[in-house]
Design a protein around this ligand. Structure first.
Ligand code: S3P
Length: 440
């Protein structure tokens, strides 16, 4: 894909349904009793992988555009799949399904594409083994055979890293355990969930009692989520808001280009996902949000962003507990960092190395190609204010890298090319069209 710079972005954007929430609606709907109707289901290839997997487990799935209906098989209903469950590129599919499969009275095999085969599964194997499931895999990678056990043992598990995928995996396994399973987040400076809480909200919406509490020790906070198993679930209607992670690309493009004025409608505004908006504001972007659906489990509404950065000076720093809440937005924040007077430093983000690509390496390599001054750390990077020049960049087969560097290309001087830009379909197939509509 060739991209020429633009002077501003203007108008309205509607985003596809949220990828994280769509995965959860499909998986939880499949193991609920009765029908779950999902509207605005994500147009993402990853979420299509999840639908295929849950139908291989016996749920009946019908889809018409972004409307998905699932006839749930109930908690005791999943059937042994006849073949391998192919998770494609999707870490969320593999890790969340592992939690469900661990509690089944049959064996199953999870596999994925070459990127997913390289991503760590030990983080879910460890807690699920404590719960009684067994695993066969080479070096804890996919393909992986799960020897399910019914019922599982309830555990108290301290998560070594703040990961919504690990938390969700163990909570889902907790549905199939006898007793109370407790998940404790790594200690943080602020109370509250340490990573996105869509699984908690969705399970409650399907009738599962969950409790949460903050435990304070030495001025730090551990967030605990408890789930009582075995617990039934009942199907319901779920409305998926637009994907706030997809909005980040538009927010950064608009903020970097003076004269821009963009409104993003029907977008998820769950506080465990909006850290990117808080950080952009702190770093000088002009962004307003309005929540418009007070009564829904997932907050959603409007975001308006106007061009121009009122930098407070000094180096912007993003680190600590908020990293997990904006992990997917860090590549595009790096692009924003090149426009800040004092640049931007991101630390404590080693998790970026284990995503669809090594995102620290990908960001550093691509920004260097564009002429930016950037230093790489094991757990992050520091980028200085830089004039970006058009260049040929690699997506590394990673949708968020492709979209972040499309934004970099829009705010650079001269034409750029993104090699392997098709991978945007993993989360946002209409990305280039949506962008085309607002580029002026
Ligand atoms: C996700 C959680 C995050 C995120 C991923 C989606 C989810 O991963 O990077 O894109 O839907 O739970 P981790 O929980 O492993 O940090």
């Amino acid at each position: 894909m060739k991209i020429r710079p633009t002077s501003k972005v203007k108008g309205k954007v509607r985003l596809p349904g949220d990828k994280s929430i769509s995965h959860r609606a499909a998986i939880i709907g499949a193991i609920a009793e009765g029908r779950t109707r999902i509207s605005n289901f994500a147009a993402s290839a990853d979420c299509a992988s999840t639908l295929e997997c849950v139908s291989a487990l016996g749920a009946s799935v019908t889809r018409s555009g972004d409307e998905v209906t699932i006839e749930g098989v109930g908690k005791n209903g999943p059937q042994k799949p006849s073949g391998v469950l192919n998770c494609g590129n999707s870490g969320t599919t593999a890790r969340l399904l592992a939690g469900v499969l661990a509690g089944q009275p049959f064996n199953s095999i999870l596999d994925g594409d070459s990127s997913l085969r390289g991503r760590p599964m030990q983080r879910v194997i460890a807690p699920l083994s404590l719960m009684g499931a067994r695993f066969d895999s080479e070096e804890d990678n996919l393909p992986m055979t799960i020897h399910g056990t019914s019922p599982l043992k309830a555990i108290r598990y301290k998560m070594p890293v703040a990961s919504a995928q690990v938390k969700s995996c163990v909570l889902l396994a907790g549905l199939f355990a006898e007793g109370t399973t407790i998940l404790a987040s790594p200690p943080d400076d602020v109370p509250g969930p340490s990573s996105r809480n869509h699984t908690e909200l969705m399970l409650r919406n399907f009738g599962v009692p969950l409790t949460e509490r903050n435990v304070e020790s030495d001025g730090r906070f551990v967030h605990e989520v408890s789930i009582d198993g075995p617990s039934p679930l009942s199907g319901r209607d779920v409305n998926i808001p637009g994907d706030v992670s997809g909005s980040a690309f538009f927010l950064v493009a608009a903020a970097c280009l003076e004269g821009s004025d963009l409104t993003i409608e029907n977008v998820g505004l769950n506080p465990t996902r909006t850290a990117v908006i808080d950080v952009l504001r702190e770093l000088g972007a002009s962004i307003q949000t309005v929540v418009e659906n007070e009564n829904e489990p997932e907050p959603a509404g409007k975001i308006r962003v106007r061009g121009g950065i009122e930098s407070a000076g000094g180096t912007g720093i993003v680190s600590g507990g908020r990293i997990a809440n904006l992990i997917d937005e860090l590549p595009v924040l790096a692009v924003f960092g090149t426009k800040l007077e004092g640049g931007l430093e991101v630390r404590g983000a080693k998790e970026l190395r284990y995503k669809e690509s090594d995102r620290i390496r990908a960001v550093v390599t691509n920004l260097k190609r564009m002429g930016a001054e950037i230093e790489e750390f094991d757990d992050g990077f520091r980028v200085a204010r830089s004039n970006l020049k058009g260049a040929r960049m690699d997506s590394y087969g990673d949708h968020r890298i492709a979209m972040a560097f499309t934004v970099a290309a829009l705010v650079a001087e001269g034409e750029s090319e993104i090699v392997g830009s098709d991978c945007v379909s993993i989360s946002f197939p209409g990305f280039f069209h949506s962008l085309q509509d607002v580029v002026k």
